[in-house]
Design a protein around this ligand. Structure first.
Ligand SMILES: [Zn+2]
Length: 269
């Protein structure tokens, strides 16, 4: 089964008057679903930074990475390493309705995650808590490497705790083929993870690891490290998760100035 948390709705109101959070690649706005099973619940709208909002390529790449991540998470759940499942937020592409200030612009909508926290990054940073979900997430990253025969590493694991399990959002896949977007730091990134990874109670001693030699090539950052066009790495601070937490309390204190987003008729995913 797919352990995914989906929009399950067709319309939302997004407060575009203020940023809700900001990650390495994306701006995040908060909103509420207005039509569908999640009506009244909070959602987020994510947009790519630096004017790439109109390029389908970025959206397609994002959804492809999400589908791959979903497969890894499903297999981790099926392996019954944890007694509660890990879910993945599934974004879909929606378009702002005519009349809104972002009319015609595409955005990625997904359910909001409360109590957002981050467990590891794509440069080998990890939360140093060897118990519970924090440990399970390091183990999920290690599992992904073993389960893919050493081709992939699922990382940048962040999300929120719920009664029935854990919900992740926006993970990164790093690949031997170096083909999973600007946060994929290739084998250098994978090696940097393992140079800093210490197996915990949820890791299986038989899981494969790359031979780790020398120092990690990627400087360690809690935020997501992005690869620039020239191949150099740009480390980022931990804007998004703390931004999420800080902004949660005050977000609906004022009546938001509203823009409308609606689902694309031929929405992918
Ligand atoms: Zn491990």
């Amino acid at each position: 089964m797919a352990y995914s948390r989906t929009n399950n709705s067709t319309r939302a109101t997004i407060d575009t008057s203020q940023l809700f959070g900001s990650g390495t690649f994306k701006y995040v706005y908060a909103g509420k679903y207005t039509v569908g099973a999640r009506k009244g619940q909070d959602c987020v709208a994510k947009e790519f930074k630096s004017g790439c909002v109109v390029e389908d390529h970025y959206f397609d790449e994002e959804l492809n990475i999400c589908a791959k991540a979903q497969q890894i998470i499903d297999e981790f759940n099926d392996a019954e390493i944890m007694n509660q499942p890990i879910y993945l937020n599934t974004p879909t592409i929606w378009t702002y309705e005519p009349g809104s200030s972002k009319s015609g612009q595409k955005t990625l909508i997904e359910p909001m995650i409360l109590n957002f926290e981050k467990f590891n990054s794509n440069s080998g940073w990890s939360l140093t808590d060897s118990t519970g979900w924090a440990a399970a997430m390091q183990s999920l990253s290690h599992f992904s490497y073993d389960n893919s025969g050493g081709r992939l590493l699922l990382c940048d694991l962040q999300g929120g705790r719920y009664n029935d399990g854990y919900v992740l959002s926006d993970p990164v896949i790093m690949s031997k083929a170096h083909s999973c977007g600007p946060a994929d730091l290739g084998m250098d990134g994978i090696m940097s993870f393992f140079q800093r990874h210490r197996c915990d109670a949820f890791c299986n001693r038989s899981w494969m690891k790359p031979p780790v030699l020398g120092k990690a090539k990627i400087p360690m950052h809690q935020g997501t490290t992005m690869e620039a066009a020239d191949g150099s790495q740009i480390g980022q601070g931990f804007e998004s998760a703390f931004g999420f937490v800080d902004l949660l309390n005050g977000m609906y204190r004022d009546e938001p100035s509203s823009d409308f987003a609606t689902k694309l008729e031929n929405s992918r995913g």
